[in-house]
Ligand binder design. Structure first.
Ligand SMILES: N[C@@H](CCC(=O)N[C@@H](CS)C(=O)NCC(=O)O)C(=O)O
Length: 209
């Protein structure tokens, strides 16, 4: 299995956590986003969208981190499942994951920030305001929903890691990097602290790449 990733890409970070939690071994091929290697022909041949992560497995080429994680669950059902339980549990896990992957991350990713700066002439301070706004809105919703559906911890959804943690930890890393005050999200802080002490998450962390 080959994972095309970039150490700071949170979508790729998700897949690294997922692969580690599932105990699957993989090789990594770094695609330097700052040098725009994702816009060069060899990478575009793998993913015409020009985004990491891309996973090659059994001759298949897959993109989109959530699709990759769900593929891994179905292709390797013998290892820990990331979306598990009754239909309602699965819907709840996806619901938490999608708050991050669909409602926070897309408006804060590199190409959106670049567009804001280069096309709409937004300065560094306004960019930071934009970035922090969407994370704050999403984290507030998450913190609230964890109270009603999250269970007693230590993970987002009860006592097993899931797709929700796979999405939360990289987004939390980004929030810290962009100097957010995260004290308003005590449950998220607790989950982040807990997960970041586990080897599967440590090995996936950008600093370990
Ligand atoms: N929805 C996609 C998002 C992928 C994505 O936005 N990847 C970013 C890094 S986190 C990327 O490759 N950005 C390159 C660019 O914006 O040029 C997924 O979940 O895989």
């Amino acid at each position: 299995m080959i994972l095309y990733d970039y150490y700071r890409s949170s979508a790729a970070y998700r897949v690294r956590i997922a692969l580690n939690l599932k105990g699957l071994s993989y090789q990594q091929q770094s695609v330097n986003l700052l040098a725009a290697e994702n816009r060069e022909a060899p990478f575009l041949a793998q993913n015409p969208q020009g985004l990491v992560p891309v996973l090659q497995d059994n001759g298949e080429i897959l993109s989109q981190s959530l699709a990759i994680c769900e593929y891994l669950d179905e292709q390797y059902p013998q290892s820990a499942q990331l979306v598990y339980g009754r239909p309602v549990d699965k819907a709840n896990i996806r619901r938490l994951a999608q708050i991050i992957a669909c409602d926070i991350h897309p408006v804060d990713n590199l190409r959106v920030l670049k567009y804001l700066q280069s096309e709409l002439n937004i300065d560094e301070k306004e960019k930071l305001r934009w970035y922090q706004h969407w994370i704050a809105e999403g984290f507030a919703a998450l913190e609230e929903q964890l109270k009603s559906i999250g269970g007693d911890g230590p993970y987002c959804y009860g006592d097993k890691p899931s797709l929700a943690d796979v999405c939360l930890i990289p987004q939390f890393y980004n929030a810290k990097r962009f100097e957010m005050d995260l004290r308003e999200y005590p449950s998220l802080l607790e989950i982040d602290r807990y997960c970041n002490a586990l080897p599967e998450f440590v090995r996936a962390h950008p600093d370990s790449q």
